[in-house]
Ligand binder design. Sequence first.
Ligand SMILES: Nc1nc2c(c(=O)[nH]1)N[C@H]1C(S)=C(S)[C@@H](COP(=O)(O)O)O[C@H]1N2
Ligand SMILES: [Mo]
Length: 432
Amino acid sequence: MAPDNDKKRSVQEFFAENPEQADREFFGRVANPDRRGFLKRTGLATMAAMVGTSIPFHRSMPIGFVPAAMAGEDVLTGKDGLTLLNDRPLNAETPPELLDDPITPTSRHFIRNNGLPPEDVDPETWTLTIDGFVDTPLELSIADLQEQFEVVTMALTLECGGNGRGFFNPPAKGNQWTYGAVACSEWTGVRLKDVLEKAGVQSNVVYTAHYGADAHLSGNPDKLPISRGMPIAKALTDNILIAFEMNGGPLHPMNGAPLRLVVPGWPASTAQKWLTRIELRDQVHDGPKMTGTAYRVPAYPVSPGQSVPKEDFVIIERMPVKSLVTFPANNSDLGALQTQVRGHAWSGDRTVEKVEISTDFGATWNAAELDAPVNSGAWQNWRAEVTFPQAGYYEIWARATDSEGVMQPFAIDWNPKGYLNNTMHRVGVRAG
Ligand SMILES: Nc1nc2c(c(=O)[nH]1)N[C@H]1C(S)=C(S)[C@@H](COP(=O)(O)O)O[C@H]1N2
Ligand SMILES: [Mo]
């Protein structure tokens, strides 16, 4: 796998390059002229919170020192078992076996940040602006959303467009996601459609543009880390939420608290976190990560490594049919000849009609029991009882087929940026 050289730096590198700036940005610490020990109070509190207790000798601690105990995992507060891919911006995925629940707990929802999340957000004073080509621009607090619109709860699948990128060969730059940039939590909020209709969608509107409160990695306040959108017809479907609750509790700070869009079935990059504004446009949005080759694939099949002219890329819309085996875990000893196999399956705006399992490297396939989605936009849970003929190593393969008859491929359909990898999931086990 290629290292991520997408201009993303780890905390350690950042501190190595410019310790004083890093200190200011991370801890709010300001250096003494002699660059020793003068910790401003706010900075000290942040540092103490991060190491879990006070730092008695803080006066001797040089500026630019990251507490050694602040290893990468500490940035994943409130998350359980996620694999850290990058700490600046923060990106972490969930191992497939930790995605076994029908509804993904908040602690296991992956994190994909393009910039630096806002700090100290206050749900009481948060506002969402709806403007652009609308009859009446709106400025709504979270309380306004709750009072003026029907509040609904839905299980909705979010998958990063780059999920599975780690398996591309030749490799694609960017976070090397394996399987776990996908989740299906229960979101509570109001329908985007209802809010847009209240503002009054003008007849020339073709696209939405989404804005959030996170900051660009460079620290330049004039730059946005990401601002994507979607065709207005998609925005007016009824399973897209402006969400203020996740699994019956607050949103996790890294998953967009206190307010975010949840757009199931499309690249989760359309689901703006820390949502502050939705603008309706009379043309396709051109914000950061909308243009160039970001979240785009060639308009035609290409061979691995082929270079493709920029103008031949098209914006990714729905995500492809895919399934995940969440039990048993890869590389596990079953200690028996029999096991239940289970997982989830989903397909963009479609439903999954069939999930099949093979334990003989694809020679024969058997249908799994497949649930209907609990609501439109939710992944579908499936399970199968498997009996192995004798002790030994087996692979469990799963493949889903959707309502249009499209099945997951066995081999990757390569594209330059490593998007949309929906190849079959293989799980190796020892039986008996
Ligand atoms: N404001 C903002 N919204 C954002 C992003 C971001 O970096 N900033 N990342 C997007 C991408 S690329 C993905 S895949 C999803 C991830 O959502 P999650 O971090 O809650 O899992 O959020 C999307 N919304
Ligand atoms: Mo993403």
